[in-house]
Design a protein around this ligand. Structure first.
Ligand SMILES: Nc1ncnc2c1ncn2[C@@H]1O[C@H](COP(=O)(O)OP(=O)(O)O)[C@@H](O)[C@H]1O
Ligand SMILES: O=C(CO)[C@@H](O)[C@H](O)COP(=O)(O)O
Length: 493
């Protein structure tokens, strides 16, 4: 018979939630060791065509409750042992709420490109230098300020009726805690927050006619305590009422925390994330402000310069589906080149682009064509990485950490190794956003630095893959195709 006293001993747990584009994942983590006991999951629905991408925020709320229940069930964990929770969310989405906190419409997501004209107009209105000096980034269609402008111009009654404006993660944090709180990391993706001042920017808010009173308070870090789990949220999630709820952050910022990147950890180490978006980023102490990259704040008080593409895993999966192939059934593209810009593109800024296939011969196989789709997606992200590394020469020799759903796939990993020629580190944990959120939750419980928590947990540990010789022939083929096609891709309707 097992010792009942041992069974009864409480085991403090924290929950880190990753509410991303396609799904919610809830990591149930042993707060003392950082051991990942289970990941609960629930899918989202994304609707829209021709540039529109929307999700009902209530879908995220239901998915949060489902994934937490799934995680606790799978872990065989007792809900009363949960001591804290934090949410990391897909960045930039525009959530508009009525006075009772109900969504007035579906959220406009980061990959909705309808606000490209508003992005251009906002850039012209203030000038690139002023945007970079204030927000650290230039307006592109992903940024929340351009979405707010789109709403004002296209659905003015909804914009006027808004009693609150939120990002996906702070919408969920408020549902949990009742507190209207965000963090510097996710706030920096709105473009109405100044990374220079560390506060909402009155000039930018005035430019887009947005009342500061509609916005959440900005906590000092994502690991600050936003509040405590309300009775209503506790009932909905089956968790103990009153446990600390962290301010949370954007998904890329949380991944950085999960990898132990930031002031209390590693600086300048580059990361490549292969998910719905392809992203490259590094935690830095220097405030970024360069065209072509997003100059975000990190969740821990450092900065997170980042490049982001709109077409990554979903684009390669679409090619696999069209070709009737398994996603791993690939060969190097040979002379075939694919620019897989099925959703338009953000980096480079070609919001109206569509996919381009060129270089086909009679000898081209389906496997080569699928390989070319991976190469096109990977080339596009790695080009952004070159921009990220240029100002920090010492980082050029550092290994590249590979994360996100795509990092589970051999075809992705090999394409990154071949086109980058870099040493690649594959972290053992696949859910680094959720683990980073768990570290934020633990920071909100104990008051520690979230990066120090993740470093002590060693959630970023992984295996190192040696560099392969860089495939410069493929690189140059794709690069010259993009250079030649860019004017046509830019002017597509
Ligand atoms: N074993 C695998 N091999 C290759 N790709 C995978 C694998 N598992 C999942 N993926 C890809 O991962 C993507 C989801 O990645 P994820 O980082 O979870 O996305 P997001 O955070 O944007 O919702 C899917 O689109 C899928 O193509
Ligand atoms: O817009 C960005 C970064 O600026 C995206 O990275 C979103 O944050 C969505 O992330 P995933 O759903 O792909 O994780």
């Amino acid at each position: 018979m097992r010792d009942q006293t041992l069974n009864a001993r409480p085991r403090p747990l924290v929950i880190g939630v990753d509410s991303s584009t396609q799904s919610t994942k809830a990591a149930v983590v042993d707060a003392s060791t950082g051991d990942l006991l289970a990941v609960g999951r629930a899918a989202h629905t994304v609707t829209g065509a021709q540039g529109a991408r929307e999700t009902d925020p209530e879908v995220w709320w239901r998915a949060l409750a489902e994934s937490v229940a799934d995680g606790l069930r799978t872990a065989g964990a007792a809900a009363p042992d949960v001591t804290g929770i934090a949410v990391a969310g897909q960045q930039h989405g525009l959530v508009v709420l009525d006075a009772a906190g109900r969504p007035l419409r579906d959220a406009l997501l980061w990959n909705d490109t309808r606000s490209a004209p508003q992005a251009r107009a906002l850039t012209r209105a203030l000038g690139e230098d002023a945007w970079l000096a204030r927000a650290g980034s230039l307006p592109v269609a992903s940024m929340t300020a351009t979405k707010w402008q789109w709403l004002r111009e296209n659905e003015p009654r909804t914009a006027e009726a808004a009693a609150a404006v939120r990002l996906p993660h702070d919408f969920l944090t408020e549902r949990l805690s009742g507190a209207a709180v965000t963090d510097p990391g996710d706030a920096s993706g709105t473009l109405w927050y100044s990374t220079a001042d560390g506060a909402y920017d009155p000039v930018l808010l005035e430019l887009i006619g947005l009342d500061k009173d509609l916005l959440p308070e900005v906590a000092p870090t994502g690991g600050s305590r936003a509040g405590r789990l309300t009775a209503a949220a506790a009932a909905a999630l089956g968790l103990p009422e009153g446990i600390p709820v962290a301010a949370g952050t954007g998904d890329n910022m949380a991944a950085a925390v999960g990898l132990g990147l930031g002031g209390a950890g590693l600086l300048d180490h580059p990361v490549l994330s292969l998910g719905t978006s392809g992203t490259v980023f590094a935690a830095t102490r220097t405030r970024p402000a360069a065209p072509g990259l997003a100059g975000f704040a990190a969740a821990d008080g450092t900065y997170l310069p980042l490049g982001c593409t709109l077409n990554c895993t979903l684009a390669a999966d679409k090619f696999a589906e069209l070709l009737g192939l398994d996603r791993e059934d690939i060969a190097p593209g040979g002379p075939a080149v694919v620019l897989p810009y099925l959703d338009g593109e953000r980096t480079p800024d070609l919001p109206h682009a569509s996919g381009l296939v060129t270089g086909l011969r009679h000898a081209t196989t389906r496997q080569q064509l699928l390989g070319a789709a991976y190469e096109g997606a990977v080339f596009t992200i790695l080009r952004a990485l070159d921009g990220l590394l240029a100002p920090t020469a010492p980082a050029a020799g550092l290994p590249l950490r590979l994360i996100g759903g795509g990092a589970k796939g051999r075809a992705w990993v090999e394409a990154v190794r071949r086109l980058s020629g870099r040493t690649v580190v594959l972290p053992a944990a696949t859910e680094l956003v959720a683990l980073g959120a768990a570290a934020l939750a633990q920071a909100a419980v104990t008051g520690e630095d979230p990066v120090a928590v993740a470093t002590a947990w060693d959630t970023g540990r992984g295996r190192q893959l040696p560099p392969l010789e860089r495939d410069m022939a493929a690189w140059q083929r794709i690069e010259s195709t993009l250079t030649g096609a860019a004017p046509a891709l830019l002017s597509q309707p």
